[in-house]
Ligand binder design. Structure first.
Ligand code: DNO
Length: 404
């Protein structure tokens, strides 16, 4: 797999030069400053490519912008309201501009309103480092008591509702504000951020959209973009829901293997593929990541390797981000399945035999603790994750998949 590294642009406290020292061979980035729905112009794309290729002192970084994460899909498209057709036309134009610039892989997601969600961004680990955590009772406290969403209590098991009430009663204002901010303000890469009042209003726009309707809207979107993507030689890859279960009464439709199979077969094309994010999908005990890698194999265009520890059985549940080789996913078996897929592609002569992967997230350790990088995207924690994953890949490659 091609080792890549996410870079949020010039404001990122972890630079392209850092990524290079971590041993990355490619960069994953997005034009986060372009508003959702607007066209990514050739000039803006070229500027970002140059920022990736050249260090501020003018020297070559030797890295290229390989993968887009994400080209955002607007709420208008997801709900088929307002100017959604114009937004789709703009998305297609952005695709064409990216293809002309030589960028072939485009990751996006179809999560309604919220992108990835956590309640704690710096949860203290026994070793003194910090990691990100999703606490179901805290999330329920937000949903039931801070957002005060009608019917929210019915969406959680009774013991979580009771625990949420206890937590809320003991929460000071700072903690309330922090949970609300973590949930509503959007984590890095999320395209939209809301106040609590705006969030409540947004939820209203989904009042008549259930999972079936959202899936229908998604298929309409794919029908409108995939043929053009195929023609342009692009590989679109949908990121799964994170966490992979409904939140705030909103449907989530990219959480399981069956979800992926439904969407990939509805619009069957090599351009319609998956981002296999082990950390997101791994927050459900019924997702077997190795089996998913095998089943989705030829359609996997991008891989996020990360692990989570689920703190209880069942879905939904609390979980926290583990070290890359720990947690619920057998990372060695998953990597083995992905390397087998690459080997299979090579025998077919596929030009995309090498799948881009990135070490997803990382715990904050050592100097990360004072660096203030984007939550989930520290330099040393990710470097450690990448180094561990690289070790597994190298060992498997040499013993099972020697390349000619
Ligand atoms: C979190 C990320 C997500 C992801 C988007 C893809 O770290 O994996 O923000 O980039 O959901 O569209």
């Amino acid at each position: 797999m091609k080792e890549t590294w996410r870079w949020f642009g010039p404001a990122d406290k972890v630079s392209v030069a850092d990524a290079r020292q971590a041993g990355a061979r490619g960069i994953v980035s997005a034009l986060h400053h372009v508003p959702t729905g607007a066209i990514w112009s050739p000039d803006e794309i070229a500027r970002r490519q140059e920022q990736v290729r050249r260090a501020p002192d003018g020297s070559a970084s030797t890295l290229n912008w390989d993968v887009v994460e994400s080209l955002p899909v607007s709420e208008a498209i997801k709900t088929q309201t307002g100017n959604w057709r114009q937004d789709v036309a703009n998305w297609r134009e952005s695709m064409a501009n990216l293809a002309r610039a030589g960028i072939r892989v485009i990751c996006y997601n179809f999560m309604p309103v919220l992108d990835w969600t956590r309640t704690d961004l710096a949860w203290r680990l026994p070793n003194g480092g910090t990691t990100m955590r999703f606490d179901l009772a805290d999330f329920a406290a937000f949903d039931i008591h801070i957002l005060q969403r009608k019917g929210a209590a019915a969406d959680f098991p009774a013991e979580v509702v009771a625990e949420a009430a206890r937590r809320f009663a003991g929460m000071n204002e700072d903690r309330q504000t922090m949970i609300a901010r973590n949930v509503t303000a959007g984590l890095p890469g999320a395209v939209e951020s809301w106040t609590v009042a705006e969030l409540a209003e947004r939820l209203q726009s989904y009042a008549s959209i259930d999972a079936a309707r959202l899936r229908g809207n998604f298929i309409d979107f794919l029908d409108m973009v995939v043929p053009e993507a195929e023609h342009l030689g692009l590989r679109l890859c949908c990121h799964p829901d994170d966490p992979p279960f409904p939140l705030l009464g909103l449907p989530r439709i990219m959480s399981t293997l069956a979800d992926y199979q439904a969407l990939l077969s509805a619009v069957d094309s090599p351009a319609n593929g998956a981002t296999l994010c082990a950390g997101s999908l791994g927050a459900r005990g019924d997702n077997d990541l190795t089996a998913m890698a095998r089943a989705l194999g030829p359609k996997i265009h991008f891989v996020h390797l990360r692990n989570v520890t689920r703190e209880s059985d069942g879905t939904p549940c609390s979980f926290h981000e583990a070290e890359h080789l720990d947690g619920g996913t057998d990372m060695v078996a998953l990597i083995d399945a992905l390397l087998a897929e690459e080997a299979r592609r090579r025998t077919e002569g596929r030009a995309d035999a090498e799948i881009p992967m990135r070490p997803d997230h990382g715990q904050n350790i050592l100097d990360d603790l004072g660096r203030g990088a984007q939550p989930g995207y520290p330099s040393i924690g990710r470097l450690k994750g990448l180094a561990e994953l690289r070790g597994v890949m190298r060992a498997l490659q040499q013993t099972k998949y020697p390349q000619t």
